[in-house]
Design a protein around this ligand. Structure first.
Ligand code: G3P
Ligand code: MG
Length: 244
């Protein structure tokens, strides 16, 4: 059965990467959460998507220039609707506590891309996952494949996924070069061949961000290990129809 990961929680219905969005994904029965992480000025792991807070909060500036306490003062819900006014930016440990309690899966995407290096983010994230004893329920991913290679050097067991949006040649072989154990392709870089060969190499494929009903059905039928979607409730409804 294809698993369903709520992208940034349930970003299609709730303010992305907030506890409200994660609780919604859990409520509707998602198998896992996809979250994004940055480092704050005081070395805390903040759960947030963009490099700057401008798009989804009432603040301005780069996440890396805020302390965690300063980020906590921002409103991360009001931009979507008054109903979500007061939603906060979570710290990684809050989300891990929720994942532990709900006993679901978590995909932590490291946002150490472009000009943001975030030295030791890999070590810090791994330490937190271990502290919560969640290694078997965690997938670490990034568009920064050097970082994923570093993550593999730190830990030989944890599931590591490479994120990409290009049409790669033999990504199942490339994953092995990186030391990754899973593929997280953009949905437009998916091919049926990729599913077949990746399966043969025991490399799960989890496309993002699958919001369209027809595409959900297509990926369920292809036998993807999981999909990552902004609409976990919609995906679960379609999956249950598909299973009948
Ligand atoms: O992890 C899948 C997806 O979240 C990657 O892209 O930009 O939505 O973080 P983005
Ligand atoms: Mg992401």
């Amino acid at each position: 059965m294809t698993k369903i990961f709520g992208h940034r929680g349930s970003a299609g219905t709730h303010p992305e990467n907030t506890m409200e969005a994660y609780q919604e994904a859990i409520r509707v029965g998602a198998d896992g959460l996809e979250i994004d992480v940055h480092l704050t000025k005081d070395g805390k792991i903040a759960v947030f998507h963009d490099e700057t807070v401008d798009r989804v909060t009432d603040g301005r500036g780069h996440v890396k220039d805020f302390t965690m306490d300063e980020l906590k003062k921002l409103d991360a819900g009001n931009h979507l609707s008054e109903e979500f006014k007061g939603a906060k930016i979570p710290e990684l440990k809050e989300v891990l506590a929720l994942v532990k309690e709900a006993n679901i899966l978590i995909n932590i995407e490291l946002k150490n891309v472009f000009y943001l290096e975030y030295p030791h983010l890999e070590e810090m994230v791994l330490k937190e996952v271990e502290r919560f004893n969640l290694k078997k329920q965690t997938i670490i991913s990034s568009f920064n494949h050097l970082s994923m290679r570093h993550m593999r050097a730190l830990d030989s067991e944890i599931d590591i996924a490479i994120l990409y949006s290009a049409k790669l040649i033999e990504p199942w072989n490339y994953a092995e070069t990186v030391g990754a154990t899973s593929l997280h392709p953009h949905l437009y870089s998916m091919t049926e061949e990729m599913i077949r060969y990746s399966e043969a190499h025991h490399i799960p494929v989890r496309p993002y961000t699958v919001n369209d009903e027809k595409l959900m059905e297509y990926f369920f039928q292809l036998g993807c290990e999981a999909i990552i979607t902004d609409y976990p409730e919609r995906a679960i409804t379609i999956r249950s129809r598909w299973e009948e």
